[in-house]
Design a protein around this ligand. Structure first.
Ligand code: UDP
Length: 322
């Protein structure tokens, strides 16, 4: 198949590229390298089944040409991570809303199946765990920047469902705290990357608040597997799926595990989250996916235990020298 991956130089995107190139597909990547890195796809550049276009998904004439040429689209390009979104909300909103609008408009015009990457941020601060796809969303005020990401992704989902209603094959996935090789070592968008970086340089691990907030960390191989299944299984069309591990971990436990697996002498330092993100920040205390729909429709279950995934991620960070 000829496949377009927007955001293919990013963390999830480039791991998806590896897997699809390994399965002998022809892969086209559009990425403006604003968050993604050329290093992530460098090893494919000489391959004639691979094409990289360094441009924005907001460039409609480019997107029109590329979408016309492919059989399937994975739309992953976005401004991701709470930190980026809080720092520059306008860029986040425009990229995440307008970008998806462009992709879907053109997919509709040329009638190409699309997978839209969404996020567990959709659920906001709902503590109604496990979070099922049709559950209510609970968000804070529009004056709190964090929620603009959740709402931008929600608009993307509304667009996806609206095009699906017109018959276009569209599937949506909501990622839950994916981690693994190629995470941004500065820790943008991932506490795991941040803690590993801190542990390897001997800095204190910055656990926000009491550290009893939880996340369900999902190893990248599982994230990629769920994504490919969602785009391939016909019954998935028109639906949205949580793609995540349902094993819940507190941030404090995570910090302890990173220290244990790296053998680092670093300490754990509790930091008020408002100090890190600003006074208007609101934390999500618990985030656990209901994985039953993904299991039933896609036959997907995340398999990689946290220890195994963390060991592989730490090994990659060591290889990268940071
Ligand atoms: N976190 C932390 N220390 C950090 C960065 C994050 O304790 O240096 C916590 C954060 O408060 C949240 C969790 O780790 O509870 C996950 O944060 P991340 O930014 O990885 O993703 P989120 O799920 O919040 O989008």
């Amino acid at each position: 198949m000829r496949i377009l991956i927007t955001g293919g130089a990013g963390y999830i995107g480039s791991n998806l590229v590896d897997r699809l190139m390994g399965d002998d597909h022809e892969v086209h990547v559009v990425d403006n390298l604003s968050i993604g890195k050329i290093h992530n796809i460098q090893h494919h550049l000489e391959n004639n089944r691979f094409r990289f276009i360094n441009d924005s998904i907001l460039n409609e004439s480019l997107m029109e040409r590329v979408i016309n040429e492919v059989d399937l689209i994975y739309h992953l390009a976005a401004v991701v991570g709470v930190k980026y979104v809080v720092e520059d909300p306008l860029r986040g909103i425009i990229t995440n809303v307008r970008g998806t609008e462009v992709v879907l408009e053109l997919a509709y015009k040329y009638w190409k199946p699309v997978l839209i990457a969404s996020s567990s941020e959709i659920y906001g601060k709902s503590t109604n765990v496990p979070l099922a796809e049709d559950d209510d969303r609970i968000l804070g005020s529009t004056t709190v920047g964090r929620w603009s990401y959740s709402d931008a992704k929600a608009i993307d989902e509304y667009f996806a469902f609206a095009y699906s209603k017109r018959g276009l094959p569209v599937t949506v996935v909501r990622y839950f705290n994916s981690y693994g090789p190629r995470l941004d070592p500065r820790g943008y968008g991932s506490v795991i990357a941040k803690f590993i970086g801190q542990a390897l340089t001997g800095e204190p691990l910055s656990v926000y608040d009491d550290g009893l907030q939880t996340r369900c960390f999902t190893y990248i191989d599982d994230t990629v597997k769920g994504t490919i299944l969602a785009a391939s299984v016909k019954e998935a069309r028109g639906q949205v799926f949580n793609i995540g591990n349902d094993r819940e971990t507190t941030i404090l436990e995570l910090a302890q595990k990173v220290l244990e697996l790296t053998g680092s002498p670093s300490e754990i330092k509790h930091v008020p989250s408002k100090e890190a993100y600003g006074p208007a920040f609101e934390e999500t205390r618990r985030r656990v996916p209901d994985v039953s729909r993904a299991g039933r429709v896609l036959g997907f279950k995340a398999q990689t235990p946290l220890d195994v995934g963390l060991r592989r991620t730490i090994a990659w960070f060591r290889e990268m020298g940071g």
